[in-house]
Every structure is written in C-alpha cells, then in structure tokens.
Design a protein around this ligand. Structure first.
Ligand SMILES: Cc1ncc(COP(=O)(O)O)c(C=O)c1O
Length: 382
C-alpha cells in the first residue's frame, strides 16, 4: 500500500467511527423529524453527536448546525450573513479556502462590497492589514484559523479584538485546525466557526457551522426547516453520528496526536533541510503539527508528485494549473511567492496513522528522485 501523506485533503476513518455509523446505514430506520419512536431514536442520535461536536470546540450543543461539510458551512457563514444586510462590506483574507472566497465573490455581485485582506510573507493577516480594509459598513470579517496549504496558524486574537471594537462579526474556518490544535470558543469567541468531519478522521460529506447564540443569519438551504431552520433537508444521520464520534476521539486524543505529529514533522523537516536548495514555506511561523509545504529549487511540483507516487508516497502539490501554465497557488501568491518557486510546492500532511519509518522512507525517496532528476543536488539523508 502506498504511504498516505495527504491528510489535509482527507483522513482515514478508524473502526470506532465506522462502528457507530453502521447501524444507521443498515438496520436502523427513522426520519429524525418523525414523531414515532423510530424518529425519536434518530433524533436522539443526532443530538448526542451535537453534544460531542460542541464539546470539541467548547461550544453549546444548541450552537451546532450540521451541514454537508466545511464547504457548505463556509457558504452558510458568508452568504447567510450577507443576506441579512444591505450595502454592507465583507472582509476576507486573501489566503482563504475557495469555499469562502467563492461565496464572498457571489455576494460581491449582489449588494456587498468585498475587501480582500493582504497577508504578510509568512501568511499572517496583521492588524494593520485588517485595519486598512475596514469601512464604516464592514459587517463581517472571515479569516481562517489554519491554512490548508501552508499549515500557518493565524494569530486571531488581535484581529478579533479589532472586530469587537467595531462591532463586526467574525467568522473563522477551523476545518484544518480542529483536531490538530486546541480550538476553544470560550477563549476565542468568534460568532461563526466552520468544522469539517473528514479532516479529523470522521466521514466525508458532513461538517458543521457553529453559530453564536447572539446573532442571527439566514439559511441558504430552505425547505422542511431542519436544524432549527438553518439547514433544511433530512439529516445524514450515519455521517453525523460518525462526525460526533470522531470529534469525541479528537478531543480525547488531542495531546497525544499533537506529540506524534510534531515529532514526525520535526524529523521530516530536519531531513528536508539537508537537501540542497529546499525551501519550506512559512518555516518559522506557528504551523499545524502535521503540515509542511516545501519546494526544491528547479524541480516542478507536479513532476516530483508523480515520481513520489511511483515510489509509493501520496502527497499533494501546492500549485495551481491555469490553461496549462503552472502557477503558484493563490495562497503562495498572496505571500509574495513567485510562480517559479510556487510551482515547485509539495505539501506533506501527516496523519495519526503515519510513523517515523514512513517519514524516513519518504526522505529516501526524495533523495533517489533527485539523484535521477538532478544528480548534483541531493545528500544522503537516511
Ligand atoms: C480550510 C478548508 N476549508 C474548507 C474545506 C472544505 O471542507 P469540505 O471538504 O468538508 O467541504 C477544506 C477542504 O479542503 C479546507 O481545507
């Protein structure tokens, strides 16, 4: 089996998660909206999962709105807020995930002014950059907690302070952060927070938006009024139950997961820095313990990715292909990285099933590839 090093794309699902889901895919029927006992049983399962998901981020269960994933939660946060206002302005970081950028662009076609907040060379939004884009009518700021490509963890508190001073709502996409670092809504009381189950060893196709009790946003999917009118549609009970279990495990195991991932990340980055002309993006910034985005001078990311795939290592490239020209991703561009450097980007995102031997194997594979691609470039790292 190839070694999977692409855990920011999606994670595996442990047996404990599948086990709690199976009854809802097989023997258990009942629409949670039905009043009979089958319905009540399903409703209870969803409410139990709501408690588990809320606990992961220290929120109240009543704040949790289950969605079909992080994408929908981000759309709900942005569009559901903007739908409430007229002639308002919205500020989002330039490095946001496309599921924040695209709904924000759609709102900008309507009656919302969209301001992009610059990031610095390390991928951080500074207070000065935020202040630069604020208007009297700015109603919502959206800055992600951890970036999916670079792993950079945003220092949100100073930005939230500004938002609070100006009475502006704050949304953060914590899809990549939750389960890898502590996320505590009592410490960081943002109004809207996005979660995605499959980034934390839960099933794909389910997520949540956590909504502050003191605000009201409009739904973007209307119909039967499920999720207290915030998200209509018969609930995906099995996925929600699995998400709940994954959230519970993530909370229980956070410390040990962080230690495991950090050790492997250090080993990986120590090995990479021995290879001539390797650049690790945002190396000295606070980053997720599992994410390393790097480029090797003169080697295109896609080429390296394919060679690694042949050698049995699954990683992701951090570049974007536009009309067959390979460019730096929008995240790296925002950090001021040129297309040549950015097109070499490779993302390794470690997971809890990886081990030190696999990291060693990965470093050896890189070295072997470099020996064939650029005979004078590599050092022996194993
Ligand atoms: C930062 C971030 N936000 C949102 C999403 C979308 O989540 P989902 O796949 O659950 O729709 C992703 C997934 O790649 C992500 O990395």
């Amino acid at each position: 089996m190839p070694v999977y090093l692409d855990n920011n794309a999606t994670t595996s699902m442990p047996a404990e998660v599948l086990d709690v889901m199976l009854p809802y895919l097989t023997t258990t029927i009942g629409n949670p909206s039905s009043v009979h006992r089958y319905g009540r049983f399903s409703r209870q399962a969803i409410d139990d999962a709501r408690v588990q998901v809320a606990a992961l981020v220290n929120a109240e269960p009543s704040q949790v709105v289950f969605t079909s994933g992080g994408t929908e939660a981000n759309n709900l946060a942005i569009s559901g807020s903007c739908k409430k206002w007229h002639n308002a302005a919205l500020a989002i970081a330039a490095t946001e995930h496309s599921s924040v950028i695209e709904p924000a662009r759609l709102q900008a076609l309507d009656n919302t002014v969209l301001d992009m907040i610059d990031v610095n060379a390390q991928g951080q939004v500074t207070v000065a950059a935020l202040k630069q884009v604020l208007h009297d009518n700015t109603r919502l700021i959206s800055v992600m907690l951890a970036n999916n490509e670079t792993g950079v963890i945003q220092d949100l508190q100073p930005l939230l302070n500004i938002a609070q001073q100006h009475n502006i709502w704050f949304h953060t996409d914590a899809s990549q952060a939750a389960g890898k670092i502590e996320v505590d809504l009592k410490q960081l009381p943002v109004q809207l927070l996005t979660l995605s189950s499959h980034k934390l060893y839960g099933p794909r196709g389910v997520g949540a938006l956590i909504i502050d009790k003191n605000i009201e946003i409009d739904p973007i999917i209307v119909g039967g009024g499920q999720e207290k009118n915030m998200r209509s549609g018969t609930e995906n009970i099995a996925a929600i139950v699995g998400f709940g279990k994954a959230a519970e495990l993530a909370k229980q195991a956070l410390q040990s997961r962080v230690e495991l991932l950090s050790q492997m990340q250090s080993q990986l980055e120590a090995g990479l820095t021995q290879i001539a002309s390797v650049k690790i993006f945002a190396k000295d910034e606070k980053r997720l313990p599992n994410t390393t985005l790097f480029a090797i001078d003169g080697i295109e990311g896609e080429t390296l990715l394919m060679q690694l795939d042949k050698k049995g290592f699954a990683v992701s490239s951090g570049s974007a292909c536009h009309s067959s020209k390979v460019r730096a991703s929008h995240v790296l561009q925002a950090m001021g990285i040129d297309d040549l450097t950015g097109s070499g980007a490779i993302r390794v995102s470690l997971g809890i099933e990886n081990n030190s031997a696999e990291v060693d194997g990965f470093l050896s594979a890189i070295n072997e590839i470099l020996e064939t691609l650029r005979p004078n470039l590599s050092l022996n790292v194993s």
